[in-house]
Design a protein around this ligand. Structure first.
Ligand SMILES: [Zn+2]
Length: 160
């Protein structure tokens, strides 16, 4: 895990607001307003820059995040469309499948989708991160009961 000093330094750069509000990053940023944070973390060998929102997501969920060089492409997405935001409740691990699921949820297609294995993992991660079952179900175009089954470990993970 990250060392206490690192955590202190991290949170000193986040403007922590209400639980449902955006928590803007006040440190350095990259293109498009994504915060960047220099960190030494047992997850990575040595020190490196990570996206501030990616670090927030890792702290909140202890999930592994795909290791890519460019913060906007880490796969951690903002539900609030606010790049500097570091409120883990506004973040989720996104994929190409995820993005199309979000578009489905936006209302173009009301049919129920078949979930992929990646969807299944993402749903599990989001419910564990504290997302509401109703919100997750909407995002993936499935019934809430399906999401609660996955959360409870009763769902069947689809084959790859
Ligand atoms: Zn936000």
């Amino acid at each position: 895990m990250a060392r206490a000093l690192t955590l202190d330094r991290y949170w000193s750069k986040v403007e922590v607001c209400g639980p449902d509000e955006c928590w803007p990053w006040t440190g350095g940023t990259k293109a498009q307003g994504y915060g960047i944070f220099f960190v030494q973390h047992s997850r990575w060998k040595g020190k490196r820059w990570v996206g501030a929102h990616v670090f927030a997501y890792i702290l909140a969920t202890k999930e592994d995040v795909p290791d890519r060089r460019d913060p906007p492409h880490y796969g951690v997405l903002h539900r609030c469309n606010n790049p500097p935001c570091c409120n883990a409740r506004h973040l989720y691990l996104g994929t190409a499948v995820q993005n199309s699921a979000d578009m489905l949820a936006a209302g173009r297609d009301v049919g129920k989708r078949r979930l992929t294995a990646q969807d299944y993992d993402d749903i599990l991660a989001r419910t564990e991160a504290g997302d509401r079952i109703k919100d997750v179900a909407e995002a993936y175009g499935v019934n809430a009961s399906h999401v609660s089954n996955i959360k409870a470990g009763r769902g069947r993970r689809p084959p790859k």
